[in-house]
Design a protein around this ligand. Structure first.
Ligand code: PLP
Length: 496
């Protein structure tokens, strides 16, 4: 994809930040009062969620905290419009304000990522991937079939040609990263619809280094000749060279798709540049908007001009009607991501992940690949004699929220696992810095050292049961709370 010039400057934030906070506080408080008058249990749950988020040391690599402006842009009557179609071409009347919202969001996305085209309707990352898959299938399988038959649309095909096209759509190949190397279920794995749509093979990582072996990817691509080569991950702690991925795709005639759901914030914040920025190299890029990008829960597709017309058919091809209130929030979050402060934030995410990795390593922990270059750390807990499941539970008891994750060639499988995935986007939003991530490393190491595997009812070693040393969980939770108290979440937002 070519780099679009910055045609549209990002608006400067206005108003006094303190006044903005007090207005947001009043807005949330008022909104909850109104909700409470209809269904008090929901108002209570929303309020409790803020308390819970404030009190938990969140290391879930895929979560973050959206800004009050982003949250407020979602909670309103933009939700009431149906707007199937695209800007200026709607199947419903009265969409002028949705048109504004969608075009501003797309404009920010193009300017931020330097993309030819942006489609901001997908409701989630999975939906964005479905849009991308069907866009590539439309471009490379359906369009040529229509041309061969000399017709304009699928409705003009004969029964035989239609049957043939359907067979052909279901007979395509995809090559993506294996799950235990950090790939995602939507990259062609059988439990997901992508695995039912495509013949799939995967590439793993080098058993020695834990890193992508590009020669192995090239060899797999030459042999398998995929229609789509997917790069992108949800649990790989290193950089990916998208220039090389594109060379491999070109060599075998594949479309290069990059799913940057996890690291879009690092691309937006210009931490991942050059060959580590997927946008200039991929034919099509998908992402979520709620992970490191720190926007509302949603998805997005960026693509070359040649795929734009297919991508824009995402709704109603595979998506339900767009969510205008969420597109409004995407526009706000993308405007925020274009501010210089977001670059500082993105760099701090990576600095914090490195501090966490170094802190763990220094205390004797084993990390997959030995460290990190991005926002996440994959801790192999087998050195502590634990499964990922035991480690996750013991940490949760101690006020530290993580998630278990398979490590490459995991002997404990995808359910119990041998790893814990740790990410820094959320804590970085709260304002924690590198020295504090070292303290977090100490807390994690302390809990895991003080945890031993339990036994099953029949006295065998359990993969799920565990025993924490006396008082350790409470002591750690107190230390975690002290750390968090220095960096309040949503400071100034008061619901009482
Ligand atoms: C999180 C993630 C998704 C799915 O995003 P949802 O919004 O949960 O649908 C897809 N791909 C990758 C690589 C992810 O990390």
């Amino acid at each position: 994809m070519s780099s679009a010039p910055e045609r549209f400057p990002a608006p400067e934030p206005t108003g006094d930040p303190e006044r903005n906070t007090s207005l947001a506080s009043a807005a949330f408080r008022g909104a909850l009062d109104v909700v409470r008058s209809v269904e008090p249990r929901i108002a209570a749950a929303i309020g409790q969620e803020l308390t819970d988020q404030r009190e938990s040391l969140k290391l879930i690599a895929s979560e973050n905290y959206a800004s009050p402006a982003t949250l407020l842009a979602m909670g309103n009557w933009m939700s009431d419009k149906y707007a199937e179609g695209t800007v200026g071409h709607r199947f419903y009347a009265g969409c002028r304000n949705v048109d504004t919202v969608e075009s501003v969001a797309a404009e920010h996305a193009r300017a931020l990522f330097g993309a030819d085209h942006a489609y901001v309707q997908p409701h989630s990352g999975i939906d964005a991937n479905l849009v991308a898959f069907w866009s590539v299938l439309a471009q490379r399988v359906e369009s040529p079939a229509l041309e061969r038959a000399g017709v304009r649309g699928v409705n003009d095909l004969s029964e035989e040609d239609w049957a043939e096209l359907r067979r052909s759509l279901g007979d395509q190949r995809m090559l993506g990263m294996s799950l235990d190397a950090g790939g995602h279920l939507t990259h062609g794995f059988r439990p997901n619809i992508s695995g039912k749509m495509f013949h799939q093979r995967s590439y793993g990582t080098d058993p020695e280094t834990g890193r992508i072996d590009y020669d192995a990817v090239r060899a797999a691509a030459r042999e398998f000749r995929p229609l789509i080569l997917i790069a992108g991950y949800s649990a790989y702690p290193r950089l990916v060279n998208f220039r090389v991925m594109r060379e491999i795709a070109d060599e075998v005639g594949a479309t290069l798709m990059v799913d940057m759901a996890h690291f879009a914030g690092l691309v937006a914040g210009k931490v991942l540049t050059g060959e580590h920025d997927p946008v200039p190299f991929a034919h099509i890029v998908t992402t979520t908007t709620h992970k490191s990008l720190r926007g509302p829960r949603g998805g997005m597709v960026l693509c070359e001009e040649s795929l734009a017309e297919h991508v824009d058919r995402g709704c109603p091809m595979v998506l339900g009607g767009p969510l205008p209130h969420v597109m409004a929030a995407k526009a706000v979050a993308l405007a925020e991501a274009r501010q210089p402060a977001f670059r500082t934030y993105a760099q701090q995410i990576v600095d914090n992940a490195r501090a966490l990795a170094e802190g763990l390593t220094r205390r004797g922990a084993k990390l997959v690949t030995g460290g990190t270059d991005n926002h996440l750390v994959l801790l192999d807990v087998s050195g502590y004699g634990l499964t990922g499941r035991q480690a996750e539970s013991a940490l949760l008891d101690s006020g530290i929220v993580t998630n278990r994750n398979a490590v490459p060639q995991d002997p404990n499988g995808a359910w119990y696992t041998s790893g814990i995935r740790l990410g820094t986007p959320a804590l970085t939003t709260r304002g924690l810095g590198a020295p504090e991530l070292d303290e977090v490393a100490a807390l994690i190491d302390g809990v895991l050292r003080g945890t031993s595997p339990g036994t099953t009812k029949s006295g065998k070693p359990s993969k799920a049961q565990y025993v924490l040393a006396d008082g350790l969980a409470a002591r750690t939770a107190e230390q975690a709370a002290d750390l968090l108290a220095k960096h309040p979440l949503y400071p100034g937002i008061d619901l009482s």
